[in-house]
Design a binder for this molecule. Structure first.
Ligand code: HEC
Length: 119
């Protein structure tokens, strides 16, 4: 390996580090939107929209008892990621638990999408 080649690699690593840092700083919501919204939307439409409605308004399929949550409501937006992830993982009496079907990163993708609904 020539030293010029090595310097080239070093430069590439530095530049990508700078780029990454720049993106992370330029996005104040990076922390809450760690998940991928586009992937989350696909998962949501497939798994959640039946009950929560495509726009998350809670206007989907209703069972006896607790109606599906209106995910666009402030009462949901106010909750922490941890709280909402817990509901997605463990379910509620009228909501199935998803931890067996959605991986950790899929749950975060779907949460990222849910976070876009309240705006
Ligand atoms: C069978 C119907 C059903 C399906 C399918 C369903 N949910 Fe729910 N969901 C509910 C119901 C009912 C509640 C309200 C539960 C309660 O408050 O007791 C709820 C509550 C929630 C909450 C909590 C909202 C809050 O403000 O605390 C989140 C987040 C949520 N659902 C996300 C999802 C996601 C994401 C999916 C798909 C992976 C999903 N749900 C699929 C019925 C469903």
């Amino acid at each position: 390996m020539t030293s010029g080649y090595r310097i080239g690699i070093l430069l590439a690593v530095c530049v990508s580090g700078l780029l990454y840092g720049g993106i992370a700083q330029g996005e104040p919501e990076a922390k809450t939107l760690r998940g991928n919204v586009a992937r989350g939307k696909t998962l949501f439409v497939r798994n959640c929209a039946g009950c929560h409605g495509t726009a998350g308004g809670g206007d989907g399929y209703r069972l006896l008892g607790q109606d599906p949550a209106n995910l666009t409501a402030p009462s949901t937006s106010r909750k922490s990621d941890a709280e909402l992830l817990k509901t997605i993982h463990n379910g509620k009496p009228n909501m199935p638990a998803w931890k067996g079907n959605l991986s950790e990163s899929q749950s975060r993708d779907v949460l990222a999408y849910v976070r876009t609904l309240g705006k």
